[in-house]
Design a protein around this ligand. Structure first.
Ligand code: SAH
Length: 309
């Protein structure tokens, strides 16, 4: 049975578009990062919800929103009715495993950890993270941890996803992002969050089955402004550059020159750098030939690797 579309989260338009904390700038540098693969206890056989949803991109001036349309049956609906995606159907029975409340609590934790950008927090609240995880792990979707997605890769920890996007938005353009690039699509979660704060999102994944996984995870969300590419993200996408923002979801020792060259002037690149010890690095392009680099905080990511598999 199909229900009428519902808006979620409560309109982002109700939130003020304030900016993240300011970030300093320092000397020029380039590097990327390693990784974290968290082991986890598999849970029972809860299936992700049969949900169809639509993500409408932010347009800079307009606040984005997530507008899910569910095909679950009526008994599975939330009494608050605000987030049908929060319900699972297992064996035909309603399974209120992942609730709107749980996702709100995740966002509250992220805010407590220091993320202030309300547009980012709203986007985190809008995207049904459990729909990007395999069913056995969906019950853990809203804990603040990276979790396995197969092929020795992980879905990034919610806090770091939010933090990276916050840093990227803290630009001279008041947070407006026309075109952004993500290196390391993984399961597609961060791309979905990005799609709510940027007009166009390009995301590259080097592992074919993960590229396909992201495609199938994003399909039911009907996100119109994400373009997924299978390829080596270290090469970027010169054909669509320049980018106002670039996020690397994997850590290397250097940021590839190709990515630096594909930044718009005034653009921001956020990347984990290092191997065992990793730090989040912000690189800003201040002119055709100049970049600045700022070290932000420790982090833990899977390694950036060249080539495709
Ligand atoms: N963005 C994901 C995180 C995925 S983990 C999320 O939303 O949670 C990092 C991903 O980066 C892995 O899928 C890995 O395969 C990918 N990756 C590593 N090096 C890459 C490269 N050179 N090009 C594209 N993807 C790469």
């Amino acid at each position: 049975m199909t229900e009428a579309p519902k808006r979620f989260p409560l309109t982002l338009s109700s939130v003020v578009d304030t900016k993240a904390r300011p970030t300093g700038v320092s000397a020029r540098r380039v590097v990327a990062t390693p990784q974290t693969a968290t082991r986890n206890a598999a849970y029972d056989n809860l299936k992700p919800p049969a949900v169809k949803s639509t993500i409408v991109p932010g347009t800079g001036s307009k606040q984005p929103y997530f507008n899910p349309v569910t095909s679950t049956n009526n008994t599975a609906r939330s009494s608050s009715g605000s987030n049908p995606a929060a319900h699972y159907i297992a064996d035909g029975r309603p399974m209120p495993l992942v609730s709107e409340g749980v996702r709100k609590a995740m966002v509250a934790r992220i805010a407590k950890q220091g993320v202030r950008d309300v547009s980012v927090l709203a986007a985190m609240e809008a995207v049904p993270r459990h729909m990007f995880m395999e069913s056995g792990l969906a019950s853990q979707a809203y804990i603040d941890a990276s979790l396995p997605i197969g092929h020795h890769q992980t879905i990034s920890q919610p806090y770091i996803v939010a933090r990276m996007i916050e840093v990227m938005r803290d630009n001279q353009q008041g947070g407006v992002l026309n075109r952004v690039l993500e290196i390391g699509t993984g399961c597609g979660y961060q791309a979905a969050v990005l799609s709510l704060v940027a007009k166009e999102v390009y995301s590259i994944e080097r592992i074919k089955p993960l590229h396909e996984l992201a495609r199938s995870n994003l399909r039911p969300l009907r996100v119109a402004n994400i373009r997924l590419h299978y390829g080596d993200g270290m090469l970027g996408l010169p054909q669509v550059a320049p980018f106002d923002g670039i996020i690397l979801a994997a850590a290397g020792l250097e940021v590839p020159q190709a990515l630096l060259d594909q930044m718009a002037i005034g653009g921001r690149l956020v990347a984990p750098m290092g191997s065992r010890h990793q730090v989040l690095q912000l690189i800003e392009r201040i002119s055709k030939f100049d970049w600045t680099s700022t070290t932000l905080e420790d982090c833990h990511f899977v390694p950036l690797r060249s080539g495709i598999i």
